[in-house]
Design a protein around this ligand. Structure first.
Ligand SMILES: C[S@@+](CC[C@H](N)C(=O)[O-])C[C@H]1O[C@@H](n2cnc3c(N)ncnc32)[C@H](O)[C@@H]1O
Length: 231
């Protein structure tokens, strides 16, 4: 799925409105497919966000995208101050299409942008004293993960609202990056779902927009279809 195709879908949603897009495309999707889209929308958890900094291994990048999407989280923020985030296509298995990947040039502004949206941003480090289970999940929360060798930069750690470790009991000094993302985000997303008493928390406007985007992503030649049916 090319970025320009996704951009064209976004422009179409802007131009025609999400309801018109869904109406125009519904007859081209099976009832089961629409039900599946609606059940994934029901489970989208927007108040938990994954952040990674300077990920250089494309396998870790891909696994991070796939885990974030599979857990029902909608956004992955990548900080690329020193390393470009590049995912191995075969490993994402198409999951990149269903999340918003937000790129940032440097850590302090990236973390501040999430804090300005009401997220607390918590760093992860094997050396932290607090545990992942100590994080208060009563408010929106973003969890930041560092580079495979060096961990999070001091700038990122300094900008975060705290730091936690994922407990380890063996001889190894750290988990693999994408393994830590899976362990930590699974735990945090589960606890957040318990606290809000729901599997998802998509605001209605966002839900309408995503529904139109996902309908469009499922239809071959969708831009031509929309031009014929809506122009
Ligand atoms: C391979 S580790 C990097 C190790 C690096 N030497 C350090 O001390 O952070 C890559 C990333 O995975 C996460 N990580 C790995 N093991 C962890 C643990 N036990 N607790 C918290 N985060 C961990 C951190 O985000 C870390 O930056």
């Amino acid at each position: 799925m090319s970025g320009s195709h996704q951009d064209a879908i976004e422009r179409a949603i802007e131009k025609y409105g999400p309801e018109a897009i869904c109406e125009a495309l519904a007859s081209m999707l099976s009832v089961e497919r629409i039900a599946r889209i609606d059940s994934v929308l029901d489970a989208r958890l927007t108040s938990v966000i994954t952040v990674v900094e300077d990920t250089y291994d494309p396998h870790n990048a891909a696994a991070t995208i796939r885990t974030t999407e599979a857990l029902g989280l909608g956004e992955l923020h990548v900080i690329e101050a020193n390393e470009r985030f590049h995912a191995t296509a075969g490993i994402t298995r198409g999951s990149h299409k269903w999340i918003d990947l937000v790129r940032h040039a440097e850590p302090v502004a990236a973390i501040a942008s999430l804090q300005a949206r009401g997220f607390r941003v918590i760093a992860t480090s094997p050396a932290a004293t607090a545990s992942i289970d100590d994080i208060d999940v009563h408010t929106p929360i973003a969890i930041a993960f560092g580079n495979e060798h060096a961990g999070l930069t001091p700038q990122a750690i300094g900008a975060c609202d705290g730091a936690v470790r994922v407990p380890m009991y063996g001889f190894s000094e750290s988990f693999n990056l994408s393994v830590t993302v899976a362990l930590a985000m699974s735990r945090i997303a589960g606890r957040r779902r318990d606290v809000i008493g729901a599997v998802g928390d998509l605001p209605p406007d966002r839900r309408r927009h995503l529904r139109a985007r996902w309908f469009a992503l499922k239809v071959r030649g969708v831009i031509g279809v929309l031009e014929r049916r809506l122009s």
